[in-house]
Design a protein around this ligand. Sequence first.
Ligand code: PMP
Length: 346
Amino acid sequence: MLSGFRAAITRRGFATNSTVKGFDGAIGNTPLIYLKGLSERAGAHIYGKAEFQNPGGSVKDRAALGLVNNAEKLGLLKPGGTVVEGTAGNTGIGLAHVCRAKGYKCVIYMPNTQSQEKIDLLKMLGADVRPVPAVAFENPKNYNHQAREFAESLPNAVWTNQFDNVANAEAHYETTGPEIWAQTQGKVDGFICSTGTGGTLAGTGRALKELSKGKTQVWIADPPGSILTSFVNNGGTERSGSSITEGIGQGRITDNMATFVKQVDGAFTVPDEKTIAILYELLDTEGIYLGASSALNVVAAYELAQKLGKGSTVVTILCDGAYRYQSPKGLSGAIPDHLKKYAVLD
Ligand code: PMP
């Protein structure tokens, strides 16, 4: 097993010897990166699954492919059809790639709080991007409802519905979970990640629970402002604060999450201060420059390793890289004074 950044710049997973057909075949089989410094500090083995290596640059490529394949299988999407989705960006980028590769049109509704890089990339990929005000799910103007309504108004269009279409979690059940199991030779004491749709957590978590016969603990890491910590710990829906992280945090139990939430062993909230500090520490010491949700996941993996004890193995998800969050609207605007020394990167 290679450690640190080297693992990410050498071969990709097990797909290296096979020829893949088009974009679909390049999704998944990402390396598992050993986070050496943190592992030593925790006296444990902490790994991050390098999902930023997917062709669209994030973990959401897996869901995008699963959702489109599912729509095709159900006969909802025919040649020349249109895929419509509401997304914080990464699912949209995955969908835009898959749609170009398969010859579909792609329309993306997204909250106007997301980074400019994601919007620019979606346009480059030929998607019709529609930024809309960031309002709660209960509001009919929420980006998801607008996506559904638009798809309903168009012939041969499908709303892939990443939040409540369980083809999303299924993609992780079939790929991410078994990959982690194989890469750790079946030794995973804990798996933890944050959630947006819940597809990654639920699908990967369910696979690991099954493969380990219930031995792998699966935990949720929440950003401030999300209800999942409260839901898992006391069945409540309390939330407080807000977060600079993008693509994670949830105000309801999505259908993807509902498939698994009863089996979740625990949840806790990670404050932005810790997320930002680890983001720059990982860049400084491991050479890995991650998006904020990944950094939050790494903090959480470190804390879970401490809970599970010395020698434990904990795996988390490195959802995307920092390169799509460079603009002032993104992470660089959020660096606290004591971390500013890390902000000068050139
Ligand atoms: N991190 C990032 C950067 C994301 O864009 C997303 C999805 N919105 C997630 C994590 C969460 O993944 P999931 O939807 O599978 O819960």
